[in-house]
Design a protein around this ligand. Structure first.
Ligand code: BGC
Ligand code: NOJ
Length: 814
């Protein structure tokens, strides 16, 4: 078992110790509007707000070798050419380490006594990626170094950039300043764009290049740029073809001497009526302001410190100290960090999502918010309003919207009948976190049309009614194109090769029903009823409660298979996820969702369903989605059966739904069993980094299942609802710290090995220190609370305007 890196808890970093990781291990820089993806070998790209529409630099997905394209520094020391990140020259390094931290990455390497440290960040408040490159001569002799920087510009629209070459090769334009220290990429600025990119270094240069072929040589790869191998910058000015930015700087370093440079890659704008200062000469005001902030190493260091402090403060909103170091590191940093990334990216840009295919998901955003809302509630509020504004007047939803325009589109389909209910879950989470009921009266568009605007609570009303007005023959919710499982397409019937299951026209005959949505509806209707009671609308609350009770009965009658909850009825009215089926007998999702909604807890169904889940779905690396996996294509089931057995929605551990089982186990009070499921997918608990393949510090969407060829191997890291739901499972179900409309509930369900746990949590302006003493072992036990020295009736600590700013809670579990 080879290890490629380790957690540095003290410095809040994951340290990669070898460049040839089993897959590129990346980090995300930026958490506001400017974003960069950076791999441990300095691959990746940058964009402003929208990975598809405002892409600054190019990246080549699915390339050979992998991870081709990035922000590279070439160092020429004598005849040796190398890169601090090893790629793309692949010159063997004497030492290498890549530190992925909170919004920054530092790669530092040594070759032949020359040390290079490349520290990259997206500073807060700036639309730029800024790099400090420090070179130190650690040898005994003088060194003459020739340094080349490199970025390749994208012509903004990443989709067009990768297909429309007849146009693209004519467009490229640049401008230079300060003898080439400052390179402006201004393609399309002459016409409808009011923005340009800048790539600059804070030092005079000895040459530059802006034409890719002049720099590389037409037949060379990134690893053999002719300007570097010949040590001769071409001083090229590109016209069309492929614009790049490259600076050449030559320095002589005495033994022990060090030199640092600051490189800025920025996104800049001009007012539309002041785009040019002379014919053809762009207005560089915005860039000058940006560059002035990063003229010195001191300025860089200040901004880096500020960034680290920002994250430290943010992560302080929820911290834990316990006997389990892996759990601590999972909660205190990596899980929350990933929640921020999924909140920002939704499913748009990763090393598996091209930034072109998918935007902000309606369901995805709503779910991601559950794990993010405690960090920056104001941003969660804004997101809720954005998402709700794309909802359609009948309560249904576009499956996604574009981040830049914030308008819904059907590129990823629509008609996913669970979508509307996620809005209720998101608003519930926001209200429970903040108590900001005023948000319910904010006027929000339907379908981005201001003439259709209505108060947010009306959006919730239509969400709820969308389900109650779309019920099937058994009284269960109609599934539409699919539910949470995008690939369970019971109404699509696709026979055309290559057709997208998301957009193929749906043959919805009003028969196919989802038990998953039924469970989800019960959960939503319950919190909806509580909410409307609080708002004084008893009639609406009574309506929701009655519908909820009806749905519970329907699930118990038609959604129960004898040993577990059924998954669905297909368009023929036949069962899916039943013991009667040959394949796909049992599915994880309805077990999790129904029990989370408290269905079957009082009558033994829930316990049976969880026993069956353990028996049929659980294995070493988690709980698989369905079993047995489908072995052939089923027209009536759709995309799920398009995947080979054990992969993706067809029998992998689809990590996102594992925490549902964790939460379900805690509903029945099984602390040990809950934790057992939790640790199987939690990154900090991964033992075999080589087998796992993707980053061992964040969740991946799937881990190949027991029926696959490589059980335990993960794919599709970073952008997955797994992050949010695991944070909910760990913080609210296992640790039991649960925001309620009225206050903070403390209801832990711990595994036996956690005996003393201290949680610090900020909640509505109060800093809670919660010390839990677990004397009950691995089953739940009874919980009693002493709040600021006074015993408390019940488990909810009321929080009002008048509440003190600190609060200490002693929790005893007997
Ligand atoms: C994938 C799903 C994904 C969907 C979204 C499918 O091909 O398997 O996991 O959610 O596409 O477009
Ligand atoms: C990925 C999507 O982003 C998520 O919303 C969905 O629920 C899963 N795929 C399952 O299909």
């Amino acid at each position: 078992m080879k290890n490629y890196g380790y957690f540095d808890d003290q410095n809040r970093e994951f340290v990669v110790t070898c460049p040839q990781t089993p897959y590129p291990w990346i980090n995300y820089l930026g958490s506001e509007a400017f974003f960069s993806l950076i791999s441990n070998t300095s691959g990746g790209y940058s964009f402003y707000k929208d990975a598809r529409l405002l892409r600054l630099t190019r990246y080549r997905y699915n390339n050979v070798p992998t991870d081709a394209g990035g922000k590279y520094f070439y160092l020429r020391d004598g005849d040796t050419v190398w890169n601090p990140g090893w790629q793309p020259c692949q010159t063997e390094l004497d030492s290498y380490a890549c530190h992925h931290g909170t919004g920054y990455t530092t790669i530092s390497s040594v070759k032949n006594g020359l040390k290079a440290e490349q520290c990259v960040m997206v500073p807060r408040g700036y639309r730029a990626e800024v790099t400090k490159l420090t070179l130190t001569n650690e040898s005994e002799a003088e060194k003459k170094i020739s340094l080349y920087s490199f970025v390749e510009f994208c012509l903004w629209n990443a989709l067009d950039d990768s297909i429309n070459f007849q146009r693209n090769y004519a467009l490229g334009e640049v401008e230079l300043e300060n003898g080439g220290s400052v390179i402006y990429h201004k393609s399309e600025y002459r016409e409808r764009r009011d923005h340009y990119a800048v790539f600059a270094v804070n030092a005079p240069v000895d040459g530059y290049d802006t034409d890719r072929e002049a720099f590389m040589g037409l037949y060379n790869g990134f690893g053999k740029p002719q300007a570097v191998t010949e040590d001769k910058p071409r001083n090229s000015v590109v016209h069309g073809w492929a614009p790049i930015g490259s600076h050449n700087i030559r320095r002589t370093l005495q033994p022990g001497e060090s030199v640092s440079f600051v490189f800025v890659l920025g996104y800049c704008e001009s007012p539309r009526d002041q785009k040019f200062v002379a014919p053809g000469v762009i207005n560089k005001q915005d860039a000058h302001t940006l560059l002035a902030a990063f003229q010195s190493v001191l300025q860089f260091d200040e901004k880096l410190l500020e960034l680290k402090e920002y994250w430290e403060k943010l992560l302080n909103h929820f911290t834990i100290q316990s006997e389990d170091a892996k759990l601590n590191r999972q909660i205190n940093l990596w899980n929350q960090y990933q929640c921020m990334v999924t909140f920002n990216m939704s499913r748009s840009a990763s090393y598996f999502e091209s930034g072109i295919g998918r935007g902000m998901g309606f369901r995805d955003c709503s779910q991601d918010l559950l794990g993010f809302v405690h960090l920056i509630p104001e941003r969660a509020r804004e997101r809720i309003l954005d998402v709700a504004a794309t909802q359609l007047p009948d309560g249904s939803a576009y499956h996604q919207y574009q981040p830049l325009t914030k308008r819904g589109n059907s590129d990823a389909g629509n008609g996913f009948n669970d979508d509307p209910l996620w809005l209720i879950y998101a608003v519930e989470a926001y209200l429970k976190e903040t108590g900001d009921f005023a948000v319910l009266d904010v006027m929000v568009d339907f379908n981005n049309d201001p003439s259709l605007a209505a108060p947010l609570k009306e959006h919730l009303r239509r969400s709820l009614r969308y389900t109650t007005s779309h019920l099937g023959p058994h009284g269960l919710p109609l599934i539409g194109r699919a539910d949470w499982n995008d690939c369970l397409n019971l109404n699509c019937y696709s026979e055309e090769p290559g057709e997208s299951f998301q957009t193929v026209s749906s043959h919805d005959t009003g028969i196919a029903e989802s038990v998953f949505i039924a469970g989800m509806f019960v959960g939503a209707a319950d919190s909806y009823a509580q909410l409307f009671t609080l708002m004084g609308d008893d009639a609406e609350a009574a309506y929701a409660s009655a519908e909820k009770d009806k749905m519970v009965k329907t699930v118990e009658t038609y959604g129960w298979d004898g040993e577990w909850f059924l998954r669905a009825y297909d368009a023929n009215g036949d069962k899916v996820g039943s013991g009667e089926c040959d394949e796909g007998k049992i599915f994880i999702e309805p077990q999790g969702m129904c029990i989370m909604a408290d269905i079957g807890i009082d009558n033994g169904m829930a316990q049976k369903a969880l026993d069956s889940t353990r028996e049929h779905l659980l294995f070493e690396y988690g709980v698989v989605l369905n079993w047995p996996a489908y072995r052939s294509y089923h027209l009536n089931l759709g995309e799920i059966s398009s995947y080979p057995p054990g992969y993706k929605e067809n029998g992998s551990v689809f990590c996102h739904n594992n925490p549902w089982i964790v939460i379900a186990e805690t509903k029945l009070g099984h602390g040990d069993l809950a934790f057992d499921v939790y640790r199987r997918t939690a990154p900090a608990f991964i033992e075999d980094q080589e087998l796992h393949r993707t980053e061992p510090y964040v969740y991946s969407q799937t881990v190949n299942g027991k029926e696959s060829f490589t059980p335990g191997e993960a794919r599709n890291s970073w952008l997955t609802g797994t992050a949010a739901y695991n944070f909910v499972a760990a913080s609210q179900a296992i640790l039991g710290i649960r925001p309620q409309y009225e206050g903070l509930m403390i209801d832990p369900c711990l595994p036996a090995h956690l005996k003393t746990v201290t949680v610090r949590r900020e909640f509505r302006g109060t800093e809670f220190t919660i010390e839990i003493h677990n004397n009950a072992g691995g089953e739940k036990g009874s919980v009693s609370l002493v709040v600021d020295g006074e015993p408390l009736e019940g488990q909810v600590i009321p929080v009002t305007e008048a509440t003190k700013k600190t609060c200490s809670v002693q929790v005893t579990i007997a």
